[in-house]
Every structure is written in structure tokens, then in C-alpha cells.
Design a protein around this ligand. Sequence first.
Ligand code: C2E
Ligand code: CA
Ligand code: CA
Ligand code: CA
Length: 284
Amino acid sequence: RKRGGKNGVQLFDSNMVDIARTRLEIEQSIEQGLRSGWFTAHLQPIVSLADGRVAGFEALMRLDHPERGLLPPAEIIGVAEENGSIGKIGDCILSKSIASLAAISKLDGLADSYLAVNFSPLQFEPALPARLAALLLENGVTPARIVVEITEAVLMLDNPLVREVLDALSDLGCRIALDDFGTGYSSLSYLNRFPVDIVKVDQSFTRSLSSDQPDVRRKSRMLVEGIRTISHQMGCAVVAEGVETAEQWDILQAMDIEFAQGYLLSRPLPLEALLEKLDDFAPS
Ligand code: C2E
Ligand code: CA
Ligand code: CA
Ligand code: CA
């Protein structure tokens, strides 16, 4: 299909046709997914490094497509932000994951566990706090058990509306977590300017803690220790993301970091599988 020889002009790039087709497919999947209830929230435990107890869960969006299988957020979110469907998807994830938290709460030792939900900047609209409050009331979940996860991309907009909504969520009693911490341009200044309660150390740092290059290990240890110290001084708890090995767990534990999240503990799971797995974590 590609035309043009050595010096010829390429009339069109078949790759672009593929991209357009894929995008259209994703848009159709989103639209149909919203109509047919294909969107679900998988939940991944967040565990206390001090005693191994499950402290909370992060909701991670999946589109459960009957033919294409489970589509990860990376395929969906960009398109959903562009075509404006992210709001509806976000509401759907919010209501499903809050209902899941209510179910999890019935298990031993998990009555106070928290739910962390990811938000795109485009979901911050004035009506969000009231809608969230209503959902929580309906499900018998207190606002203190909700963590709103945002990335710098949200804060970078420096939009008065974003601040207003964040303040309202914070006033409602929800906590705010700054996701992927350390990967952006000016993470530190956001700790100062916004009501942040939790800092999530990006998984790239966790990975380099156990690098086989001594130099990388040493430097990333200093970085993570620096993030921890600053976070604690600002009154924030720290979650290390992407913990995959026992070695990483041990290093983070020795650093006095509060929480770990990653495949070592559990992959993100659908509610039923998670409820099953949670006995394995149950304090004996
Ligand atoms: P994130 O918020 O940083 O979420 C953590 C990602 O790391 C998740 O990918 C999770 O499955 C993955 N992960 C967890 N533990 C490990 C580990 O030990 N090793 C490795 N390699 N990966 C691990 P996922 O589910 O594909 O989500 C990707 C991103 O999509 C999320 O990154 C978040 O930014 C976004 N996202 C997910 N759900 C939602 C949602 O409901 N709304 C919005 N707006 N964004 C979402
Ligand atoms: Ca997150
Ligand atoms: Ca993250
Ligand atoms: Ca089990």
C-alpha cells in the first residue's frame, strides 16, 4: 500500500490508517461500554510496611470488552479525555468502587480500609464533591475513607476551579494523594500549595532501589529517602508504588516508609477475586 520508491513521495502512510481505525474502535468500545456496563474497577491492595496489614485499595479502571478482552486504562483514558467521555467513565468507576469498598468493609479488620480513586483533570467540576458525598452516604462509607489520587498534570493547570474542587473534597474529609511523585517538573512546590495528605513514590524509583548497578541503587535510595523526609516534614504519609520483590519491600521498610503497593502483594483484581484473596492477608 505504501507508494513511492527511492525518491518518490509517499501518498499516504498505512500506519496512520491503523491509528485512525484503532481510535475509532476505542471510541466505539467506550460508547458501547458505557451503555452496556463493561467498565469495571479492579482493586489493588495498599499494605502497611510495618505490619503487613491491608490499609486500603486503589481502584484501577478496566474496560471488560466481550471480544477484545480487558482493555487497560492506557488505551482508554487519552481518547476519553479528548472526546469528553472521561466524566461519565469516572462517575461509573467511582460508584462501582465505592460499592466494592462497602462490600470489603464487612470483612474482618477492613472496616476502616480506604479507597483511592484516580481522577483526570477534566473530572474536576464544581458538582463533583456533592455527587461524591451523595454516593458515600448511599453506600454507608465515610468521606475519610476516600483518597483522591491526582497527578501533577492536574495541579499544573493552575486552574482556580481545580483548587476550589480540591479544597471542597478536602473539607468534605477526603484525603488527597499526589501520584507518580518525583517524575514531573516541580512536584515539591505542589506539596506546599495544595492540600496534599499522601505522596506516592513513582514505581520507577522503587525499581531502581533494587537495580543490579550499585551506583543506581545508592542514588535512588538517596532520592527515595529525600522524598520520604520532605513528605513527612510536610505531614504526608508515603506510599511506594510498584513493589515487586521482597528485596524492595525490605529496603522500603528499613526506610520508614508507611505503605507499599505492587505485584509482590497483589495485582489489581476484580472484587470477587479480591475478596477471596483477602483471607491470605488476614492478620493471624
Ligand atoms: P497509576 O495511578 O500510577 O496506577 C498504578 C499502575 O501501576 C496501574 O496500572 C497498576 O496496575 C500498575 N501496577 C501496580 N503494581 C505494579 C507493579 O508491581 N509493577 C508494575 N509494573 N505495575 C504495577 P494500570 O491499571 O494500567 O493504570 C495505568 C494508569 O491509568 C494509572 O496509573 C492511572 O494514571 C490511570 N488510571 C487507572 N484507572 C483510572 C481511572 O479510573 N481514572 C483515571 N482518570 N485514570 C486512571
Ligand atoms: Ca494512582
Ligand atoms: Ca502512580
Ligand atoms: Ca484465600
